[in-house]
Design a protein around this ligand. Sequence first.
Ligand code: PXL
Length: 284
Amino acid sequence: MSVQKRVAAVHDLSCVGKCSLTAALPVISAAGIEVCPVPTAVLSTHTGGITGYTYRDMTDEIMPIINHWLSLGLKFDAVYTGYLGSFRQLGIVSELIDKLRGPDTLVVVDPVMADNGRLYTGFSRDFPAGMRSLCQKADIIVPNITEACFLLDIPYKPGPYDDAFLRELLFGLAQLGPKQVVLTGVYPDGGRYGAACLDAVTGRVDYALTGRVEGIYHGTGDLFASALTAALLNGRTLADAAFIAAEFTYESIERTRQAGTDVRFGVNFEAGLARFASLFHDSV
Ligand code: PXL
């Protein structure tokens, strides 16, 4: 029996909406990995397409949580960051990475801040520049196309996207420092959708494409990045992990489309967790 892996997951807790921690906790746990949450904010729901949500900023709690963990001698196989609750957290999370990182710790930064060409509600125009600095610390970054454009300071354009444009984004992002880049929300044509990944050490580009469902499904970027992190920690290659994550996300979206539920409240990924977990039976 191998020693169980442990991840520090630095995201908000949106109590309804199935994104951030409410995706990372079940998905990564299903793959046999311990998930230690660091809540960056606590909200009644996520902020996408919903008004009237409550919001409690957790900026001042982050370092005390980390310092307590360090005093206990806890070690982490990965630090996985997502939605941050304030601009100030960019610096705090950078410090957190320095403190928790060991020689073999995988640092995954999902630069959550925008989608469909626009910054999320509450994010200031200088946030992307700050997020660019955080990405420099990462081993892997997982932006969507909009976030990639903000990070590279180039204009967003709606898809479909050709190979030349996707390579421009992938190689441009690798210049920031991460060894691997996984770009989500990629669609080369009307029928396929998924991710493009670059291993900057070898220069190899792979696509992980599944079917495409029209519409905006909230929280799916977080589901994808959580599944990707889980698969990587279970020893899968970047291309395999991206494909596992793309399939898991696509099946959750398709299930939700068929059910016809309110898409603002997230997709039904729970029904796919048993199958997802079964992919890792050998490694846990
Ligand atoms: O899924 C990204 C995300 C995470 N957390 C919160 C959000 C969003 C996207 O809107 O509002 C609070």
